[in-house]
Design a protein around this ligand. Structure first.
Ligand code: ATP
Length: 327
């Protein structure tokens, strides 16, 4: 069995909703399990509509939220192992990239300050000279250089350029895992693919895995090795990207595939039904049944079990579309 970089084991996160005295809770992440191998770096895209639990799941991996149930294990260490937790090591190993690069940097500081601080404070470079070399090399791998960013403030960069700088900053620690939560959502459409394609190059160059969170299925298609689809907090389909895109098992994934195949476009907004959102989160049978064109009585009565194929592909559905083909 190969070693794991990350294991999400039946993780759930509940939020209380409806005010202080309310007993109502929303299951933002519902019994989600998947893992990333340690051996070969991958890009795993987490896709799903707004509110499906993508950010909550990422925050749990980044230790910004604790799971309420289940476990998250990084490099063989459970998040529950508080004694063995080394925050310094964690910051080196796991780095976030945020949606809006302008919010990731203070407008009053030059961006090179951040890169040098990361290199020197986390003791990746021992001297200013060594840090400069590291900063320049890392910037060059994202198509920038120290010369280009030196002394400049965030406002002097385009969104795409500044996001490259934040990717470089994340890379300075030589992390094993980068969590990029909607990293191109605030970027000009023409630059989106450039940024996402960078992940593909950097993955092998730096031996780093990416969790790429996106609304944009078309960008996910081009870069992902694996895709995890979330729906109302549940992992409803997981597997190799090409297999999922070419032959979806879950009716929801099929719906998504039909909705948006073009680069840079968001999914059809008709798919989002905010008024029914809370109710759908609370459903005790298949959460997709109210919207599923193939739903049967069984789907409206109980929750499907996760079906796992030999190649690791998973689908949470009573009647997967390609079951007859033996997937
Ligand atoms: N701190 C919180 N308190 C209460 N509810 C929350 C909290 N954080 C998230 N939620 C709810 O949990 C659900 C999942 O939210 P989350 O932000 O994880 O979804 P998402 O898929 O990342 O959405 P988006 O793409 O819009 O960011 C939503 O219904 C959201 O309103």
């Amino acid at each position: 069995m190969s070693e794991k970089l990350l294991e999400i084991k039946k993780a759930s996160k509940f939020f209380r909703i409806g005010g202080m005295l309310s007993k109502k809770k929303l299951t933002a992440v519902d019994d989600v399990s998947f893992d990333i191998d340690a051996g070969k770096p991958v890009i795993l895209s987490i896709v799903g509509e707004s509110g499906c639990g993508k950010s909550t799941l990422c925050k749990m991996i980044l230790r910004l939220h604790d799971p309420d149930q289940g476990d998250i294990v990084l490099n063989g260490r459970s998040y529950k192992d508080h004694k063995g937790y080394d925050p310094f090591r964690f910051r080196l190993d796991v780095q976030p990239i945020f949606q809006n690069p302008y919010e990731a940097f203070s407008m009053r500081k030059t961006v090179d300050t951040y890169l040098f601080n990361t290199a020197l404070r986390l003791k990746i470079a021992k001297s200013y000279k060594e840090a400069e070399k590291l900063v320049d090399e890392t910037l060059k791998s994202v198509g920038m250089s120290f010369e280009v960013i030196k002394g400049k403030y965030p406002a002097q960069f385009s969104g795409g350029e500044l996001q490259r700088v934040s990717i470089a900053r994340a890379l300075i620690t030589r992390p094993k895992l980068i969590i990029a939560d909607e990293p191109v959502a605030a970027i000009d459409a023409s630059m989106k693919m450039n940024i996402v394609n960078l992940f593909k190059e950097l993955k092998d160059k730096y031996n780093v895995s990416f969790i790429y969170v996106t609304h944009d299925l078309s960008t996910a298609y081009y870069v992902s090795d694996y895709i995890a689809t979330l729906y109302r907090g549940c992992l409803i389909e997981y597997g190799q990207a090409k297999e999922i895109m070419d032959d979806p098992s879950h009716p929801y994934t099929e719906l998504l595939m039909n909705a948006v195949p073009r680069v840079g476009e968001k999914w059809n907004q008709e798919l989002v039904m905010p008024d029914t959102e809370d109710k759908e989160y609370a459903i005790t049978y298949c959460k997709f049944a109210p919207r599923c064109p193939y739903a049967t009585e069984e789907c409206r009565k109980s929750r499907p079990e996760m079906k796992v194929a030999v190649n690791g592909r998973k689908v949470l559905c009573f009647h997967p579309l390609n079951e007859k083909e033996g997937s």
